[in-house]
Write a protein that binds this ligand. Structure first.
Ligand SMILES: [Fe+2]
Ligand SMILES: [Fe+2]
Length: 278
C-alpha cells in the first residue's frame, strides 16, 4: 500500500502547496491513501470545516491534528460529524472527536490511522504509549492491511521511543509538530517505517511557519511583542512516502518528499519520475 503523510500544513501557502501538488502526487506516486496533519492550516492556528473540505477535494483522505486542534473553536462541534478528521487519541475521555479510524480503500484493503500526541515539553495528557498499545491490541496488523501512526510531539527521544515501541506492530510511525523535516527516515529492525518528523508544509523563510521578525523579537527582547502572524511566502511541501507489503503490513520503503519553496527537493522514486513534476 502506498501512503503519504504530509507534515503540519501551516497557513494559506501551506494549504496551497498541498492542494496544488496533490492530484499529481497521487498519480505520479500511485498513492493509495494520503494523510495530512492540518493543525496549523487556518492561519497557523487550528483548522476549519471549510479547510477540511478543501483538503478532501484536493485528494487528502484523512486529516490528523495535535495540540492546536481546538484553536478555531468552530471545529469543536464539527469534529464528531467528520470521521476523517482526527485529534490525538490520548486526550482525556469525553473529549469530542476520535484519535483513530479504520478506512477502506476502493479495492477493499483497510488502513488504520492513529493520531497520538507526545507529552515531553507539551500538555499533560494521557499516556500515548498505553493508548496506542490498547488500540493495537484491538486492531492488530494482520487483521488490518496497514497501520500508520502520526505521533505529534516535540522531543525526538519520545518520538524515537514510540517508533521502537511500535516496531513490528505497525506499518509506519511518522512524527509531526516540530515543523522541521528530519533526515532519519528508516525501516526499523522489525519492519516498521520510521521518521522523527515529516516537516511542515509551509514557508521556510520563517520561524516554524511564523513571520520571522515577530518570532525573533520575542526571543531577543523577552517581551510578548506583536501577535504572531503566519509566514505566507512560497511553501515547501514536506511529507513522508511509505510503501507497505500487503502480505505482512510491514514497510518495504520509506522516503522523504520535499517539493517547492526554499528546501532542497527530495523525491521518493528516483529523478526520472520527478522530471515530469514542476
Ligand atoms: Fe504544528
Ligand atoms: Fe503541534
Amino acid at each position: 500500500m502506498r501512503l503519504l503523510l504530509c507534515g503540519d500544513i501551516v497557513g494559506r501557502s501551506g494549504r496551497e502547496v498541498v492542494i496544488a501538488h496533490m492530484p499529481r502526487l497521487r498519480r505520479e506516486l500511485a498513492l493509495d491513501f494520503v494523510i495530512a496533519n492540518g493543525e496549523n492550516a487556518a492561519h497557523g492556528f487550528g483548522i476549519t470545516d471549510k479547510i477540511c473540505e478543501e483538503l478532501y477535494a484536493a485528494g487528502v483522505d484523512v486529516i490528523t491534528t495535535g495540540n492546536h486542534v481546538w484553536d478555531k473553536r468552530e471545529i469543536i462541534p464539527y469534529i464528531d460529524g467528520d470521521p476523517r478528521l482526527l485529534r490525538p487519541i490520548n486526550f482525556p475521555p469525553g473529549t469530542p472527536g476520535k484519535g483513530h479510524g479504520v478506512f477502506a480503500l476502493g479495492d477493499g484493503r483497510e488502513l488504520l490511522v492513529v493520531n497520538a500526541m507526545a507529552r515531553l515539553f507539551m500538555d499533560a495528557i494521557d499516556d500515548p504509549f498505553a493508548g496506542v498499545d490498547r488500540l493495537l491490541t484491538e486492531h492488530p496488523l494482520g487483521a488490518i492491511d496497514a497501520i500508520l501512526v502520526d505521533f505529534h510531539g516535540e522531543a525526538t527521544s519520545e518520538k524515537m521511543s514510540m517508533g521502537h515501541f511500535c516496531d513490528g506492530r505497525v506499518s509506519a510511525v511518522i512524527g509531526t509538530h516540530s515543523h522541521v523535516p528530519t533526515a532519519d527516515a528508516q525501516i526499523l529492525p522489525r519492519g516498521t517505517a520510521y521518521m522523527t518528523d515529516a516537516g511542515m508544509c509551509g514557508d521556510y523563510d520563517s520561524v516554524i511557519g511564523i513571520q520571522k521578525e515577530i518570532a525573533v523579537a520575542r526571543f531577543v527582547r523577552k517581551m510578548p511583542g506583536e501577535r504572531l502572524q503566519v509566514a505566507e511566502g512560497e511553501a515547501t511541501l514536506c511529507a513522508a512516502f511509505v510503501d507497505t507489503d500487503d502480505a505482512t503490513g510491514l514497510a518495504r520503503r520509506i522516503a522523504p518528499l520535499r517539493l517547492g519553496g526554499r528546501l532542497q527537493r527530495a523525491w521518493p522514486l528516483g529523478e526520472t519520475a520527478a522530471a515530469t513534476l514542476p
